[in-house]
Design a protein around this ligand. Structure first.
Ligand code: B12
Ligand code: SF4
Length: 512
């Protein structure tokens, strides 16, 4: 039995809920009557309801995020039907803005917006002492980080072994990129460093090796960044793996020196580029020195072993298909290990909606609220880029085509203006594969090797021989069963569909 259950539906099992552990850590004397129950968005709502009711709680608090709002609504509507006497409290970024307009809040007794370490505790105390607040939507009181109890001891040994451990050395972001919720923060506040590092030490001693920093800009204050890096460098072993989100145009010499010392397989950087188009950057209030960003990305690739995951966003106000292609090509030339082309999403509360009329932004009314079209990109083009992103994940980001990819996307006579054009070439491959299969999911790896070879043969026949050679290397390292020789790499008949595909390749270069 627990008087309070803190519940959330994580995106996947591997993501432990950091937010709920914070709330739990700050419940003081109520901690002993509280239990965290985590599920994933794949768990059936009825099973979640059953498991929550097993604890016979008086209060259930749900963490609501963009990835779980639909599923959470199913859970709480059933929970309220079976056990209306339970007080349901919602919190989390998804219900922190435009709260009243969301039907999920109809089933809740209270919604606490913002960082709720103190406010959730206060509300539970008030409910237990029958001092019910007269408002349903309660704005969390402002917090100073020194008054927040850190939650790291509440990662279980099971979490340490099997899940990503989220940690944060600072909260908030000083920048104002309008598509992002963190742009609403006034600035970034650090946790007291010694206190934070003591907690990291305890986690490390317990066996934690996989640390994912959720700091919005880990390299903002470089002296702190270096102290944290040094802390982990002193404890470096084969298993230690650190993930940071960094801004690309801020890599002072001291930081570079520190980064060079990290061994292979120990560092991952998530680098938000979003766009290299300076006009679009100004529309979304994003300040980014493009040249510095590119120089730094290349420096990281040449001088460190850090794994670089770089993000672009398609659909930003004023971005066209051609200008996005240009950003992609500039980024590809910096050789990050992964490029994620995300579609713009409308996050509740984010200031981007001020452009709705001017750029005719039309968002999906359902989660994840992705852009469907705008004044410069029609729906069909949005879909093509969606598919591009998906196939790029499977082919570019997966590492399964590591040897082959440079031979598919080479500089050659067919490229626009004689320049290398990885975006348009890969777009042609995307269109070709989708035309042939009608699928973006459930394509097994063997089939994918075949499709890529067939696409290259039809679209860029002069590259085919080298691509087929390299594909064999990739096939061998994939350890798939069966001989490479048995794959159907070639479209034996160059028929109607062949000339149609070549036409598609040409078209993809000219669509803007
Ligand atoms: C980890 C993470 C993920 C993980 C998922 C984690 C999980 N548990 O399943 C992954 C990597 C899968 C992910 C994916 C995405 N994410 Co994400 N993610 C984060 C990240 C980096 C950390 C979350 C965190 O732990 N924060 C620290 C804790 C302390 O804060 P918190 O979770 O907000 O919790 C506090 C409050 O919200 C509140 N609270 C939380 N729960 C509850 C419950 C109750 C009862 C109460 C009262 C209060 C309360 O109190 C907590 C303590 O202060 C945040 C950015 C950030 N730094 O916060 C983005 C963030 C949550 N993600 C965001 C987005 C947009 C996405 C994506 C859509 C991005 C994309 N790919 O386009 C996808 C969605 C995937 C999908 N399937 O649809 C947005 C949130 C939008 C939203 N409205 O939910 C954020 C805020 C990033 C941003 N700045 O824009 N994400
Ligand atoms: S995109 Fe990054 S830098 Fe910009 S506001 Fe969001 S967290 Fe800050």
């Amino acid at each position: 039995m627990s008087r309070i259950v803190l519940a959330t539906l994580n995106a996947k099992y591997i993501h432990a809920s950091f937010g709920l552990r914070y709330l739990y850590a700050n419940l003081n004397e109520l901690q002993s009557v509280t239990e965290i129950k985590e599920f994933t968005i794949k768990t059936r709502s009825i099973d979640i309801v059953e498991q929550i009711l097993e604890s016979k709680p008086e209060i259930v608090g749900f963490g609501v995020y963009i990835w779980n709002t639909v599923e959470t609504m199913a859970v709480i509507s059933q929970l309220k039907t079976v056990a209306p006497e339970i007080t349901i409290i919602l919190g989390g970024p998804e219900v922190s803005y435009e709260t009243e307009q969301q039907s999920i809040t109809d089933y809740a007794d209270y919604v606490v917006t913002g960082a709720a370490e103190k406010s959730f505790y206060q509300l539970c105390k008030d409910i237990f002492s029958l001092q019910y607040p007269d408002k349903k939507i309660l704005q969390s009181k402002a917090l100073t980080l020194t008054e927040v109890t850190l939650p790291y001891q509440f990662y279980s040994d099971e979490d340490l072994k099997h899940r990503l451990l989220y940690v944060e050395a600072s909260r908030g972001c000083p920048f104002k990129c309008e598509f992002c919720l963190s742009s609403l923060d006034k600035t970034s506040y650090p946790f007291e460093l010694t206190r934070f590092l003591n907690e990291m030490e305890l986690l490390y001693q317990r066996g934690a090796r996989n640390f994912k920093f959720v700091d919005r800009t880990f390299n903002l204050k470089v002296s702190t960044t270096i102290q944290i890096l040094d802390f982990f460098l002193e404890r470096m072993d084969d298993e230690l793996y650190l993930h940071f989100e960094v801004i690309p145009d801020h890599l002072p010499e001291k930081l570079k020196e520190a980064l060079k010392k990290f061994p292979e397989g120990s560092l991952q950087f998530e680098v938000g580029i979003q766009t290299f188009n300076s006009e679009v950057q100004s529309h979304i209030s994003r300040k980014q020195n493009n040249q510095k960003s590119k120089d730094n990305l290349i420096w990281l690739r040449d001088n460190t072993t850090a794994h670089i995951h770089a993000d672009l966003i398609f659909g930003l106000p004023g971005e066209t298909f051609a200008s996005f292609a240009d950003s992609f090509n500039q980024l590809y030339a910096c050789r990050p290990h992964e490029i994620q082309s995300g579609i713009l999403k409308r996050l509740r509360g984010s200031p981007i909606i001020r452009h709705t009329e001017t750029f005719d932004l039309r968002f999906n009314p359902l989660p994840p609220f992705n852009l469907l079209s705008n004044s410069t990109v029609d729906f069909a083009t949005m879909q093509r880029v969606n598919r591009f992103a998906r196939y790029w994940d499977m082919i570019g980001n997966s590492g399964r085509f590591k040897n082959t990819l440079p031979f598919i996307l080479i500089e050659n006579a067919q490229s626009r203006d004689g320049k290398a054009d990885p975006f348009y070439d890969f777009m042609a491959i995307t269109d070709w594969i989708f035309n042939k299969t009608g699928q973006t999911h459930q394509i097994n790896l063997k089939k994918l090797y075949e499709l890529v070879a067939q696409a290259v043969e039809q679209l860029f026949s002069e590259r085919y021989a080298k691509v087929a050679q390299q594909l064999e290397l990739d096939y061998d390292s994939s350890r798939l069963k069966g001989s490479f020789k048995r794959l159907t790499l070639s479209n034996s008949k160059f028929d109607e569909s062949g000339s149609q595909s070549r036409r598609l390749a040409r078209q993809s270069r000219h669509v803007s």
